[in-house]
Ligand binder design. Sequence first.
Ligand SMILES: Nc1ncnc2c1ncn2[C@@H]1O[C@H](COP(=O)(O)OP(=O)(O)O)[C@@H](O)[C@H]1O
Ligand SMILES: [Mg+2]
Length: 386
Amino acid sequence: MAQDAPSAATGAGAGQPGANPFRPGFGVSPRVLAGRDELLEEFDTALDEGPGSPLRSVLVSGARGMGKTVILNELEEAARVRGWLVVRLPESGDLVEELASTTLPALLAEHDSERAVRRRVTGAGIAGVGSLSTTARERYEVRETAATLLARLLDVLAGHGTGLLFTLDELQAVDREAVSAFASLYQHLVRDERDVALAAAGLPVGVGQLLQHRGTTFLRRAERVQLGPLRTEEVTDAARRTVEGAGGVIAEDALDVLADVVHGYPYLLQLAGYRAWRDAAGGPITADHVRATRGVVSERMGRLVHGPALLDLPQAQRAYLMAMAQDDGASSTGEVAARLGLTAQHANVFRTRLIERELIAPAGHGRVDYSLPYLRDHLRRQAATG
Ligand SMILES: Nc1ncnc2c1ncn2[C@@H]1O[C@H](COP(=O)(O)OP(=O)(O)O)[C@@H](O)[C@H]1O
Ligand SMILES: [Mg+2]
C-alpha cells in the first residue's frame, strides 16, 4: 500500500506532521501486520484444499489486545479474495434464527440469480444486510430453516467454485445454547462436504469453558490457535515498515527500545508506536521518544487489559497474583505459598487456575511469572492505592 510521503520529515515548524500511522485501538486493523504469517498461510491452504481440510475450522484464543479481532479480519480477507462470502455471526441473540430470518435471505436475494430480484443494491454485501432484509423476507418465507437456506446458498456458490466463511468474535460472551445450535448446523455442512469454513475467537478461559459444554463437542475438534506474543524481529520489522510507510524515520536503537517496551504485545506495538510518532513531531523517532512511552504504556495496559481481565477473578487467585508482585522477576511457588499462609498443595490449585487463565506461566522449576507485560506494575499500583 504505497502512500505519498507526507511533508512531515522536516520537523517542527515545517507544517503538518504526517498522519500518525499507528492504530492503538481494539478491533482496529494495523497498517502493517506483524507476524501471524503461519496461521494465515495455513488458512489459505485450507481454503484451497477443499472441504474436509481440518484447518478450515479455526478457534483462536488469546488475551485482550493480542490481535484476535485483527486475525479474524485477515481470515475474512483471505476468504474474500477467493470470492467467498463472509458471514459475521452476531455476538448476541440467537445465531441460527438470525441466519434464517435475515442474513441468509439477504444473501440469497443478492446471489441467487435464478430467483433474485433484478435489482442491484448499493453497497451490498454483509453491511447491506439490514436494508435488504425486508425485500428478502417477502421473497423467502422466513420459516424456511437456516439449513435449507444454507444448502441453497452453498449450491449457488458451488456454481462459482466458492464457499462461505462464518466468523464469530468474542466467543466467550456468546450464549452457549446459541453456539451449540450453530455448531450443529455447521457440523452437518462439514459432514456433507460443503465449502464452508469457520473462524471464531475469544478469551482463553471463556473459550475453554464453552468447549466443556456438551453441545459444542464438535468445536473441540476445530484447530486451536493460541495467539501468543510476537517475536522481537516481528515487532521491529512491523514498526519500521509502519513508520517508513508513512514517510517517517525511526532510529535502529529506537527500534530496540520499542521491542523492549512492547514485549511482543500487538496492542502495545500500536500504542508505543503512536506515542513515539506523536512526540517526535515529524522528526526522526529516537530511543528517547520510545523510552518516554513507558509510563503511558504501563498505565493503559493496566486500565484496558489487566483491569477487565481481573474483574471476574476469584479472590484467592487475585491474592496469589498480588503475592507474586513482591518479586521483581519470576516468583518461587514455595515462597508465594508461604506469603499466603497456604500449604504448597493448596496454593498449587490457584497456580493451576491462573495458568489456565493465561495470567501466569511456569518459569523454570518451581517458579512462575506473569504472562502479560506490565501486570506486575498494575498489581503494585493497585496495592498502593488499596
Ligand atoms: N499482528 C499485528 N500486528 C500489528 N498490530 C496488531 C496485530 N494484531 C493486533 N494489532 C493491534 O493490536 C490492537 C489490538 O488488536 P485486536 O485484534 O483488537 O485485539 P483483541 O481482539 O485480541 O483484543 C489493535 O490496535 C491492532 O491494530
Ligand atoms: Mg477483539
